[in-house]
Ligand binder design. Structure first.
Ligand code: ADP
Ligand code: MG
Length: 317
């Protein structure tokens, strides 16, 4: 017999909580959290819909991991430390194997950051996953999109374009790439440690979900500035470089999206400290350009301006 909603919650989604501020977790009408003095709570929510954000046959464990990863990426972009999450699941049917895989993947990442799952909802319908994540950041230290200043340097964590290329291979548009590349799409690692360090160093920050060009544009708009990005400096894997060359698509990595890397701006006076701090990260930190007063975003390749032709993903266009 299929498990009831309450049995599902008990079996797959109820764990003892670890955060000292969690007075009450799963089981009542609401969770109860104590907010520490001097801290602000950063709250973000994301929905992943079958056949829009993921393929039907995607591995359940990777999906559980990624659903939480995209929310932790948003917290990282604010410089917030992950604390709690709620999870609303809409399921077409009760599939014990799927639930085990999904919850294993979710808690694999949650445990890495001592994050508590404190509540949620379960409904029947087309498969969709909504996660709200809560993090904390000391008063006034959150990284906003609006803080970039003229002359600040622009950086990006990790490498970009791999997830976009992996997506193309899942669609059968390009030859299958190696498993590490597929992992970049299916199990992106949120840049939590970088976000915490950047609290004291960056003037603005955004996470790259729609594509570097589109997400950096959000920073420029919010900060009312322009920028020049040197496309020759972009951190790209060999696979992405050769894809761009073969297809005469120099802007692929800029528009592919799904990177879940951080793009941030740093005032010149903090650059030295950033170089020191970022040595401890297990991923690169690369300077790709500079904020200016041009009011627009330009890309240079071999000193020449290149136009961005690819479009970043938008749901309603
Ligand atoms: P209510 O009807 O009062 O909203 P529910 O019966 O939906 O409560 O859920 C019972 C408890 O289980 C609540 O504490 C809720 O937050 C929690 N819960 C429901 N679904 C999930 C889930 N997918 N993951 C974690 N907790 C959940
Ligand atoms: Mg409910």
């Amino acid at each position: 017999m299929a498990l009831s909603e309450f049995e599902i919650i008990k079996q797959y989604f109820t764990r003892s909580t670890k955060q000292p501020g969690c007075e009450l977790g799963v089981g009542d009408d609401c969770a109860l959290l104590t907010v520490e003095p001097g801290m602000q709570m950063a709250v973000t929510i994301d929905t992943l819909v079958e056949n829009v954000h993921f393929f039907t046959d995607v591995d359940a464990q990777a999906l559980g991991y990624k659903s939480l990863a995209v929310s932790l990426s948003d917290l990282s972009a604010m410089g917030a430390e992950p604390r709690y999450a709620t999870l609303a699941l809409t399921l077409p049917e009760v599939n014990a194997l799927w639930l085990q895989g999904f919850s294993d993947g979710f808690f694999e990442l949650a445990d890495q950051y001592h994050l508590d799952l404190i509540g949620g909802d379960i409904t029947r319908g087309p498969l969709s996953i909504t996660i709200q994540a809560h993090g904390v950041v000391p008063d006034g230290q959150a990284l906003l999109r609006s803080g970039a200043g003229i002359g600040d340097l622009i950086y990006v964590t990790g490498v970009i374009g791999d997830a976009g290329l992996a997506l193309k291979s899942c669609r059968g548009d390009v030859q299958c790439c190696d498993p590490l590349m597929l992992n970049r799409l299916h199990k992106p690692e949120p840049r939590v440690e970088a976000g915490l360090v950047l609290r004291n160093l960056a003037s603005a920050c955004v996470d790259i979900s729609d594509g570097l060009a589109a997400d950096l544009s959000h920073v420029l708009q919010a900060s009312k500035v322009g920028a020049v990005v040197n496309a020759d400096e972009l951190p790209l894997s060999e696979a992405v470089q050769s894809y761009q060359q073969r297809n005469s698509q120099p802007d692929f990595a800029l528009t592919a999206g799904e990177d879940y890397e951080l793009c941030f701006t740093v005032p010149e006076k903090n650059v030295k400290q950033l170089e020191i701090s970022s040595r401890n990260w297990s991923y690169p930190c690369t300077c790709i350009g500079r904020i200016d007063n041009s009011g627009q975003l330009s890309f240079l390749k071999n000193g020449q301006r290149i136009e961005i032709t690819g479009n970043s993903y938008q749901h309603f266009s």
